[in-house]
Each structure stands twice: as structure tokens, then as C-alpha cells.
Design a protein around this ligand. Structure first.
Ligand code: FAD
Length: 507
């Protein structure tokens, strides 16, 4: 078929507003990673701004009949071009469906797939309700995080966001609009959750909600010793079944001398920087446990008692307790204030060679020795998060992949590359460091799984998915047989889609 996607779409085969304006194409090619695309990668040929799910379906049907790639783009907060559609069409999910994009009902909220989580939160709070499982940052879309997993410090108890969804509306790669859930089209439902955009575009998600707490008590404590730190984290996540527990458990590694110089550290007062040396540590690495307790003002006294009881069992450095108290919404939206601060200094729109790994519990101490105390040296270039999760809160029927142990850790190296003249802060150095970390894990037999994975060959993807690969492949044949969806993930070779077509390559 010798017609360009943009022509087909403009001719009226596609739905929504279609743009071939340079600034739209350029914006749709960018992502948070800001890493250079490979030389062979062509820009998209058109951007669709859908108003409704039917518009999305029409765009996919047009792509299917024209055999060109089509990718949903959430907020473009991927790192490695996952939301790009080289030589195809990008469906900008954040546009459209003005007004009625979030509807709150008893026990759930229905949200448009391109809705930002911050807007879902604001809407549900009007009813005194809120979703229960989060990401640390809320300027991400519902469809974007559900295509990965969506994790934060609540996951040990509630599971990832993909464990907190009742129903989805999906436009499959066949151009069909389907509603799916545990009971209805369960294969599609489970395939799409954590499915990296490979099987369909999520246009609506029905998300579990709970009564929103008013406030949170937010506490950080420090550790010298890694095994004491992880033992305390694991103890806290083992309390997930009962009432006597924290509502959020995370942690991070502090490699730099001063605790105030990353975007996670606003908590420690910049006017009164805490120096590692002032804590009497001879080690250059410290670990910070971060927990919160949700509460209503009327229950502040019992909250205090519960917090005290929980803290009594922990073995942190005496006198290293930092505590604050704030509105629930301000806690959930905490990274946005850091974003505004970094933006004002020109430090937000910089390359982000991030690496996110799930590390099995049995090997986390080896990872600490080899990576935090080894490969990283004393240069982290950004926050390093580390917190454990319970595997039984993840549904193995979804496409998401986790290590094969009851408890595994997220380790997130959230680095920003700077053009400061210091090579160790530069992009090439950090990308190489990521490779060294992955090689170290492979050499030591530490069976990590990448979160927000990035691979280039089908063989590597097969290794990533392991026992789930065959099902993943079968689902692809069933729901997107022409391999037109989310080609920016580079999982499946396009089966004769336009990306290899000569007129597109030369566009
Ligand atoms: C500052 C920051 C903080 C973050 N914090 C966390 C965190 O705490 N926890 C966490 O889990 N993740 C976190 N992330 C990662 C985030 O979950 C991913 O980047 C995710 O892709 C969501 O981003 P997005 O909505 O911009 O999606 P995009 O980057 O636009 O898209 C990601 C992938 O999903 C596909 N996709 C997008 N929308 C849809 C849809 N409606 N239907 C089907 N497929 C779709 C795209 O085609 C693409 O393949 C963070 C990212 C940043 C930049």
C-alpha cells in the first residue's frame, strides 16, 4: 500500500484531530529520557489527538489497513523511546474526552486511559476517596503506568497499580473495542496489564478506591548497616495483613556526603544540611528507611501510639529520626514540588539514563556490595530508591515480570546526566555504568528483572519474560497479529508494517 499514514488519516479513515505539524511530530518524538534515538529511527508521520475511544479505534483500524505502526503516548515519561512510533502514528492519549474523563462511583473510579494520576486524585478527593496504590510521581498517565505495573511504597500491601484494576476498555491491534475484566475477556485483561502497550490501547480503566486519609505522618530514619536496614524493611512489609502497619514503606541509598543534594531530599532541611560524617559514620554509604502512617485528624492520638509501637521494633541509628506531618495530597504529590525546583534551575529537562531493577531478596546483599559500595563509587547522579515488595500481591496472570522469590526489591537508579565537564556526570559514563551493573548481575548470577524494561532483540525479550514469553507471543498473535502497536518498545519485528517501507524511511 503506497499511501502515507498521514494521508490515510487526513482522508478521514482515522479519528480525532490529525496533525502533521512539525512541532507536534517533534513533541511526540521526545520523552523524559532525552537519550539520543538510534540513527535508523525515523520520526512519526502523524499525531492523532483523539476525542473519544472511537477515535482511537478508528486510528488503529486505519493503521491496520495501512500496515503502519501506531503507539499510544501517555505523558511521554518513558526513558528509551517506548512511546515513540517511528514511521507511524502517535496517538496522544492526554488529549480528548474533555470534561467527563473521570467518574467516581462506589468502590471505584472510571478514568480515561490518557488521564494523569494527579487529576484522578483531585477528582476522587472531591468525594473523600482516593485510589489506594500509587506511583511516586503523579504526572504519569493511567494507561502508561498500567502498561508497566505502577509501583510505590504502598505496593507491599495493596500490590502494584495493575493489581488494583477491576475493568478496562481496550482497543486491540485488530481495531476492536473490548471491555475486559477477570470475568469478561480475561485473557485480554491480563495480557494488557503490564503488557507494554503490545496488545491494545487502554481507553478506560476502572480503578479501586478507598476512603482518603486526611493526613500522613512521614518518617525517615538512617542505617549504617545494610543487612539491618533490609531486615527492618522486610519486617515492615511482612505486616501487610494486619492493621498495625505503616501504609507506605520505601527507602533510599545515600552515597554522597551531604543529604540535601538530590530531588528526594527536600525533607532534610537545606538550611540545616545533615552530613553523614556528623552521624559518626566511617562508611561512605548510608541507608534511609522511609515510612508513612495515614490518619484522620480525629484519630491523631491513636496514630501516634501506633507509630511509636512500630518504631520500637526498628534498629536504626539512634538520633537519626526525621519526621514531618502533612496533608495526604501533598505527600502523594511530593515529587512535583521537586520537579518545579529542578525546572527552575534547568535541571529537569536533561538526559535521564535511568535503570530500574527488581532484585531477588536472596541476592540483595550481593547487589549492595557490588553496586552501591562498588560500581557506583561515590557518584550517584540522582536518587537511588530501594524497597521490598511481596510477590503474592502481584497477579502472575498479568504480563508483568518479577523475580521468582516471595520478596524482591525495587532498585531505582534515577540519574540525571549533566554537561558539567566532569565525565563521571555525563551521559556516556552513566549509560556505561548501567551496562556494568547489568553485566555484574549476569556474571554473579543475580537474576534481576528490569522494570520499565529496555532490550533491543527478540532473544533478549524472550529472556526477560522467561516462562511468560510463550504466552506473551501468543497474545501478540491474537490481539495484534500485524505487530503495529507500541513498536517503540522494540519487542516484535514489524510484520511488513510501514516502518520498513521505502517511502517512509526516506520521509
Ligand atoms: C519522574 C518520574 C517518576 C516516576 N515514578 C514512577 C514510580 O514511582 N513508579 C512507577 O511504577 N513508575 C514510575 N515512573 C515510570 C512511569 O511509570 C513510566 O514512565 C510509564 O511509562 C508512565 O509514563 P507515561 O504515562 O508518560 O507513559 P508513556 O511513556 O507515554 O508510555 C509508556 C508505554 O506505555 C504505552 N502506553 C501509553 N499509554 C497507553 C495506553 N493508554 N494504553 C496502552 N499503552 C499505552 C506506550 O505506547 C509506551 O509503550 C516514573 C517516571 C518518571 C519520569
Amino acid at each position: 500500500l503506497n499511501v502515507k499514514p498521514a494521508e490515510l488519516l487526513v482522508l478521514g479513515f482515522g479519528g480525532g484531530r490529525v496533525s502533521t505539524e512539525w512541532h507536534d511530530l517533534d513533541a511526540a518524538s521526545r520523552d523524559f529520557g532525552m537519550l539520543p534515538p538510534s540513527k535508523a529511527e525515523t520520526p512519526p508521520l502523524a499525531v492523532v489527538h483523539p476525542s473519544t475511544a472511537e477515535d482511537v479505534a478508528q486510528a488503529v483500524r486505519t493503521a491496520q489497513s495501512g500496515r503502519f505502526p501506531v503507539s499510544a503516548r501517555g505523558h511521554g515519561h518513558s526513558i528509551n523511546g517506548q512511546s515513540r512510533a517511528p514511521g507511524g502514528v502517535v496517538v496522544e492519549m492526554t488529549s480528548g474526552v474533555g470534561g467527563g474523563r473521570v467518574a467516581v462511583e462506589e468502590g471505584y473510579v472510571d478514568a480515561w486511559g490518557g488521564e494523569l494520576w494527579i487529576d484522578v486524585l483531585k477528582r476522587t478527593l472531591k468525594y473523600g476517596m482516593a485510589p489506594r496504590s500509587w506511583t511516586d510521581y503523579l504526572y504519569l498517565t493511567v494507561g502508561g503506568t498500567l502498561s508497566n505495573a505502577g509501583i510505590s511504597g504502598q505496593a507491599f500491601h495493596h500490590g502494584p497499580q495493575i493489581s488494583n484494576v477491576f475493568e478496562l476498555d481496550v482497543v486491540t491491534g485488530n481495531g476492536e473495542m473490548s471491555t475486559c475484566s477477570e470475568a469478561q475477556n480475561p485473557d485480554l485483561f491480563h495480557a494488557v496489564l503490564g503488557g507494554l502497550g503490545q496488545f491494545g490501547i487502554i481507553t478506560r480503566a476502572r480503578i479501586a478506591i478507598e476512603q482518603a486519609p486526611q493526613r500522613v505522618r512521614w518518617i525517615r530514619v538512617l542505617y549504617y548497616d545494610f543487612s539491618t536496614f533490609t531486615a527492618d524493611q522486610e519486617h515492615l512489609i511482612s505486616l501487610h495483613g494486619g492493621n498495625q502497619k505503616f501504609d507506605y514503606v520505601e527507602g533510599f541509598v545515600i552515597v554522597d556526603e551531604v543529604l540535601t543534594n538530590t530531588w528526594r531530599s527536600s525533607f532534610f532541611s537545606p538550611r540545616n544540611p545533615v552530613k553523614i560524617s556528623s552521624l559518626g559514620s566511617s562508611d561512605s554509604v548510608l541507608y534511609c528507611l522511609e515510612v508513612i502512617k495515614n490518619y484522620h485528624e480525629s484519630n491523631a492520638d491513636s496514630m501516634d501510639q501506633e507509630v511509636e509501637a512500630l518504631m520500637k521494633d526498628l534498629r536504626f541509628i539512634p538520633n537519626s529520626v526525621f519526621s514531618t506531618d502533612l496533608l495526604y495530597v501533598d505527600f502523594l504529590d511530593r515529587v512535583h514540588s521537586a520537579e518545579l525546583r529542578l525546572r527552575s534551575k534547568g535541571l529537569w529537562e536533561v538526559p535521564h539514563p535511568w535503570l530500574n531493577l527488581f532484585v531477588p531478596r536472596s541476592r540483595i546483599a550481593d547487589f549492595d556490595r557490588g553496586v552501591f559500595k562498588g560500581i557506583l563509587g561515590n557518584n550517584t547522579s540522582g536518587p537511588i530508591l530501594i524497597y521490598p515488595m511481596n510477590k503474592d500481591k502481584w497477579d502472575d496472570r498479568t504480563s508483568a515480570v518479577t523475580p521468582d522469590e516471595d520478596v524482591f526489591y525495587l532498585v531505582a537508579l534515577l540519574r540525571s546526566a549533566l554537561d558539567s565537564g566532569d565525565v563521571t556526570q555525563g551521559m556516556d559514563y552513566l549509560i556505561d555504568q548501567n551496562r556494568r551493573i547489568l553485566r555484574f548481575c549476569a556474571d554473579e548470577g543475580i537474576e534481576v528483572k528490569q522494570y520499565l524494561p529496555h532490550y533491543r532483540s527478540e532473544a533478549e525479550w524472550a529472556g526477560h519474560f522467561g516462562a511468560k514469553w510463550e504466552r506473551f507471543r501468543r497474545n501478540k498473535m491474537r490481539f495484534d497479529p500485524k505487530h503495529i502497536l507500541a513498536t517503540g518498545q522494540r519487542i516484535f519485528e514489524p510484520s511488513g508494517v510501514g516502518v520498513h517501507h521505502p517511502h517512509m524511511a526516506s520521509w
